[in-house]
Ligand binder design. Sequence first.
Ligand SMILES: [Zn+2]
Length: 403
Amino acid sequence: MSTRRLYYTDASCLKFEATVASCQPLADADGTAPRFAVTLDQTAFYPTSGGQPFDTGRLGPAAVCDVRDDEDADAVLHVTDQPITAGTRVRGVIDEARRFDHRQQHTGQHILSAVFDARYGVRTESFHLGTESSSIDLARAVTPDELTGAVAEANRVVWDDRPVTVRFVEADEAARLPLRKAPARTGRLRLIEIADCDLSACGGTHVDRTGGVGIIAASHAERFRGGTRVTFLCGSRVLRQFALWRDALAATGRVLSVSPEELAPAIERLQHEQRQMQKQMRGLQEQLAVFEAEALAASAERAPGHAVVVRVMPGLDAVALKAQAAALVAREGLAAALFSSDTPALVVVARHPSVPVDAGAVVKALHAAFGGKGGGRPDLAQGGGLTAAPDALVAAARALLLG
Ligand SMILES: [Zn+2]
């Protein structure tokens, strides 16, 4: 039995009476809670279709948690959390905030798409109405100026408060009308007209006058399948997003003690200062490495023909380890293997040109034993990802360097 769709002619209708035509347990209920598919002789509930999500609300004692369009039967399926006996008269109540939000977003989309079409000759390929934001996919890439121009023009249409009207026509009459997009359906068509802006075949819910959209804002644009995906917000969603961004900007501004307009240069300044400090710190580490090298060299173990320093160096990163090793092996006859104290550990192996040791081979042997990867030249090699206790690393490196 087909369902009479009250939302087709009155999108403001949020309460209605209907007779239950059928009620079936839902076979595809994926959750643990049982679900039922209820059809009615008439409904004001909007089923998911054309990019617009379903309405929620109540049907008699039951909660309506999904609404689907059974196009073959021309019926609307209300998915409920309880069964309702066929033949019962029920009262349907639609969640007002969700419905109005969808009407705002959907009408905003018509206006934005129509303006892109008329002003820049860009077709809208698809529309998605999401829970946080909505998007249209435009057939070609648009420039930032075109986007700004389209949003400004779309808002002029909103503030003109033009009437949004619904009418029904047969397919042959529709074929003679300047519809923005060729209709996907055949037979009798429902047309939405926004005065001097848009004429489209659409089954969705819209506001009665464009002023009801409130405001249209584009929040993001990105390249998508050779065109542009424009993410946008309408009405109350703009206000919500504004509050979110205002609070985030204010919090960041407080941390940096600047106004929102000064945030970008303030962050750039901080980044510059950080780079300068890093450079200074590297310089100091190198100077310190030269001093430390004196003490480390004094503790070197003697091997026939050369001496060896093998140490775990707490607090040193890869760059500092390398600087320390370089300072050490400036001494004739010295080779060094230095490890970081973290796990997995870093290693730097280096030697003075007078020492007949292959640093690269030592690093490779350490990785073969303890994992990780690295390598280098015979005089300087480094690696990372060594997974072993510091004592084991030191013992292995001593054995390799002392021969
Ligand atoms: Zn529509």
